[in-house]
Design a protein. Sequence first.
Length: 133
Amino acid sequence: MKKDISPPAVTDVAVAVVPRQEDAEDLWDIYLINLRATPLENVLVTSQGYGSVDGVDKTTTVLRHFHQTLPPREAVKIEPIQPDLFEISNEYWVSFNDGEHMLDKRYVFAPGTIGDDALTELPVLDRPGVMQQ
């Protein structure tokens, strides 16, 4: 029975890591980007970092962020992130309502995938960053 249920795939929703331009500190920000033509409703983003640094296990606190609506072709800042966390996996689990369906998708930035050498121009934000779609 479970094999007969196929929820729609999440498309045109992205998570991006963007360096701060105006800040003297070396902080980056996490954004949720809605590339769809329709709004995202009841958006819940859960974030956590995990991995090993120099042989020592490192896990960050699980954070949860809720946004009632994310309009089409817009982005919302989720949280700041420090570059020393780029050495571990950073996971963002995004859930939202799409009509009568609840959809979710897991975005994982693997260790070493975030950095100045991986920057590309991001849609909607019109700034350089690292994006997963």
